[in-house]
Design a protein around this ligand. Structure first.
Ligand code: HSE
Length: 422
């Protein structure tokens, strides 16, 4: 095992708890023989019994990737580029690999899967997306008979936790993030969570499975939730919406895919609006099965470890996966500018005569149709929020209108725009 933090400790815990059952199931025990950690001299009381039973703790990944006594390498260290070299080294030395590392696979998956294929090795990665939810298994096997046509997913537990706490406990963004970190949901660098990067890594992997190709993570439009405030929460509540960080993949009739990650307003009655705290969910559609929903814990030590152990068991059973899974041609992707959506736009203006008229004229000039406009009671010459909801409008038109508004210096600070999905 490389890495022994929150998830690694969960894996050791589960292997111990389920030892008897798994040994019976497989006809042989699963034994951890070596663990690589960044700082091997740090006291680790939870590993005491493993150390006394002969498990080696070292700081050298090659002790795991190259040791002839190791059959399977479990990479749980996190990071992006360094794990790639360990995974390649393990494959080169004839080992299969289990990893929970979505960043490494999203950025280097094409090379890693090709290398595994060339060496007839397997990379198992169930835990890399949506932690406890076996979504990789479902899309790779259970739903393989379908042309999947859309996925709308909550794929980051930290973002969902933050938004839930802002919505229901009235916390501000930083307090909610601090709670998510304290609960062990966030990445070591939480910027990856809140910037939407982590969701984009996961969407790249899911879209790669359904399109049987490598989806470059850079091709996914990604926007974070850092700008969402309690004020937005209050407005959207009045309009009967919730804000969710959604990862969206949609196939059009020509076979091109829309891939995007951004905060999204969805009606409170929608099923995804009921997904709270660190839970993840994937609402998907396939041409044979129609709509389908899967829901479960998307972050945390044991929920993630559950999927890691499932992969260890798959590897021990010799399940080989699908060799050509990622070898197809990447489909055409629809650029974000070509997408049409409804929008929530919150602006802050000075309460002076004519300001509303001037603002709305910026939208009117570009034929952006406003479906409603809201402004709380204001005090003369004081900043006041104005919120517009638009009808469906092309992305590039909204972006141009917002740019013009900023240039015209009508706003006292940058506007917040959140896309709406019905
Ligand atoms: N930081 C991730 C999340 C953990 O919050 O979803 C699981 O990938």
């Amino acid at each position: 095992m490389i890495g022994c933090g929150t998830v690694g400790s969960g894996v050791l815990d589960l292997l111990q708890r389920r030892e008897e059952d798994l040994t019976r199931l497989l006809g042989r025990p699963i034994r951890v023989v070596r663990i690589v950690v960044r700082n091997p001299s740090k006291p680790r009381h939870h590993l005491a019994s493993l150390i006394s039973s002969g498990v080696e703790i070292s700081g050298e990944p090659r002790r795991v990737t190259r040791d002839p006594g190791v059959e399977l390498v479990v990479e749980l260290a996190g990071g992006r580029d360094e794990p790639k070299t360990w995974i390649l080294d393990a494959i080169e030395h004839g080992r299969d690999v289990v990893t929970a590392n979505k960043a490494t696979l999203a950025f280097h998956g094409a090379e890693l899967f090709a290398q595994a294929r060339a060496k007839r090795r397997c990379i198992y990665y169930e835990a890399s997306v949506a932690a406890a939810i076996p979504i990789i298994e479902m899309l790779s096997n259970g739903l393989v008979a379908n042309q999947m046509t859309s996925l709308s997913a909550i794929l980051n537990g930290t973002c969902n936790y933050i938004l839930t706490r802002m919505e229901f406990a009235n916390l501000d963004y930083s307090a909610a993030l601090a709670e998510a970190q304290a609960k062990g949901f966030a990445e070591a660098d939480p910027t990856l969570d809140v910037s939407g990067g982590d969701s984009a890594h996961k969407l790249a992997l899911l879209a790669g499975i359904v399109t049987r190709s490598h989806i470059p993570v850079e091709s996914i439009y990604t926007e974070g939730l850092e700008r969402i405030t309690r004020e937005d929460m209050e407005f959207v509540r009045q309009f009967n919406y919730s804000i969710k960080m959604l990862a969206i993949a949609k196939r059009n009739d020509q076979g091109s895919w829309e891939l995007r990650v951004h905060p999204t307003l969805i009606p409170r009655s929608e099923i995804l609006a009921q997904v709270r705290d660190e839970f993840n969910a994937v609402y998907m559609k396939g041409d044979a099965v129609g709509p389908m929903l899967i829901y479960g814990k998307g972050a945390g030590g044991l929920p993630t470890a559950s999927s890691v152990v499932a992969d260890i068991v798959r590897a021990a059973k010799g399940e080989r996966g699908t060799p050509n899974a990622h070898m197809g041609v990447t489909p055409a992707l629809v650029p974000i500018e070509r997408i049409e959506l409804r929008n929530y736009i919150r602006m802050t203006v000075l309460d002076v005569p004519g300001v509303l008229g001037r603002i709305t004229s910026f939208f009117g000039m570009r034929h952006i149709s406003i479906s409603s406009i809201h402004q709380p009671e204001a005090r003369v010459n004081q900043p006041v929020p104005v919120v517009l909801l638009t009808h469906k409008t092309s992305e590039h038109v909204v972006a141009e209108a917002l740019r013009d508004l900023e240039t015209a210096r009508l706003l006292t600070r940058a506007p917040t725009r959140i896309r709406i999905e019905e």
